[in-house]
Design a protein. Structure first.
Length: 289
């Protein structure tokens, strides 16, 4: 039996994961903005489900909530940073308030959650952190610039944290689901006001996709959640977990393109060194060449 801390359990991956874990006998400390959304689960599972109201934009409440969860549960094996949403529209179209809310939720809130749980995991000498990102943490789609800013940011943060905390027995995994049938696109996504000039921009395609309710995402959220749960017993922790054929295909294409662009600049990159090259700082463990 494991004990989990999961943010955003009212719907989507968070809700599905919570249901699956409780069904199999695990314990869950879950957060959500509206506690009533989990009344049915609380009634069914009682003390095996601990609940707290939390809005990640209220950053001052994140650490006290994490502390309270540990105090209530005694220990927590897995933290799933799941809460988040998509802000869609061209960079010029979204409002200043929408920009702040997107960054405060997806990026700053997720960063502060990880910072809040690390002292507890260090003290207990083990733990696993799953950070839910998306294919949008590796790929860019016009009309999603602010969403990508948060996902690329949290991936850089988590990849670094994974290296910092492995010595304490803490593993970190960045989860990169593709499009899944969770309601993310049609229910939770927020959209900036439209500027008519952008009707000629490729960014408008994202609006068309949102408007077309006949489209069905390929990803099965239940299977994706099963893969996330199964990953926590892998040793070492997989740094990334790519879920969905669309995620695999788009990330493969993006990484291949970026590598080709990088390799085309090899001579230019090397030509900008000092003549004697000096002694490079050893920030990285791998060989430099």
């Amino acid at each position: 039996m494991k004990t989990w801390f999961i943010t955003g359990i009212s719907s989507g991956f968070g809700r599905l994961m919570t249901e699956k874990l409780l069904t199999t006998g695990d314990r869950v400390a879950g957060t959500l903005r509206d506690l009533s959304a989990a009344d049915d689960l609380k009634a069914q599972y009682g003390d095996r489900l601990w609940l707290a109201a939390l809005d990640l934009t209220h950053t001052g409440e994140i650490r006290p909530t994490a502390d309270a969860a540990w105090a209530a549960m005694g220990h927590i094996d897995v933290v799933v940073s799941n809460a988040g949403y998509g802000l869609l529209g061209a960079a010029e179209e979204v409002t200043d308030e929408q920009v702040r809310h997107q960054i405060n939720t997806n990026l700053i809130g997720s960063i502060q959650l990880v910072r809040a749980v690390l002292p507890h995991m260090r003290e207990q000498g083990h733990g696993r952190i799953l950070q839910v990102s998306s294919l949008g943490g590796q790929v860019t789609i016009p009309g999603s610039s602010l969403y990508h800013a948060t996902k690329w940011g949290i991936e850089g943060f988590m990849e670094t944290v994974a290296q910092e905390v492995a010595v304490f027995g803490i593993g970190c995994t960045i989860v990169e689901p593709g499009s899944a049938r969770t309601g993310f696109r049609n229910r939770s996504a927020r959209v900036g006001p439209r500027i008519p000039a952008y009707d000629a921009s490729p960014s408008r395609r994202i609006n068309d996709i949102l408007d077309d309710t006949s489209l069905h995402s390929p990803g099965d959220p239940g299977k994706m959640v099963d893969a996330m749960i199964a990953s926590v017993v892998e040793e070492p922790a997989p740094l990334r977990l790519t879920l969905g054929s669309d995620s695999y295909q788009h990330i493969t294409r993006a990484l291949s393109t970026r590598l080709a662009q990088l390799q085309a600049q090899r001579d230019l990159a090397c030509s900008t060194d000092c003549a004697d090259r000096g002694n490079s700082p050893r920030f990285f463990q791998s060989d430099e060449s």
